[in-house]
Design a protein around this ligand. Sequence first.
Ligand code: UTP
Length: 185
Amino acid sequence: MKSVRKAVLPVAGFGTRVLPGTKTTPKELLNVVDRPILSYIVEEGRAAGIEHFIFVTGRGKGAIEDYFDHNVELEAALEAKGKTDLLEALRAELPNPGEMSFVRQMAPLGLGHAVWCARDIVGDEPFAVMLPDMVMSAQVPALAQAIEAYDQKGGNIVVVEPCPRARPISTASSPWTAARAASTG
Ligand code: UTP
């Protein structure tokens, strides 16, 4: 049985739950503490043995591809100012050559459709789907647990977490969250 070494990361959704920030910034690049949530997800994938990340992107999501590329002007400016710590931190996040692929979902037709858009790049091998808008805290990261379960049992492994019946979203007071609560009933 082949091991899981590819991960599909759908990043083409509108992110309506976290408007207005996502009007101009992809949800997956919103900062959690000091770096984008996507950075944590890729870190978790690498730690679990993922060698190839396949991003399913869409319109307005170009910043995601840029995030995983050199920013030549910025790096030159940091170098000139001797800010080597920052420079090294930036470069440490860059992918190895060929480690990332990007495929376009031309309309946000749902998560299943996004994963389907990656079918040719995945090919005939087991793969993980990582939702890059959620971080899970666990001593052994969720993906590593899922891959271990797959290695032992095969089949399709779904990672879930307990969720309270009443979502706090319905009690939120901002106009944005109130509008969301109204639109979702
Ligand atoms: P979500 O349903 O959480 O993302 O899907 P969304 O559509 O952006 O959410 P709303 O608008 O806040 O409800 C989980 C992941 O799947 C991607 C999203 O970008 C997110 O990372 N996704 C969702 C796609 O790539 N394509 C889609 O058509 C829908």
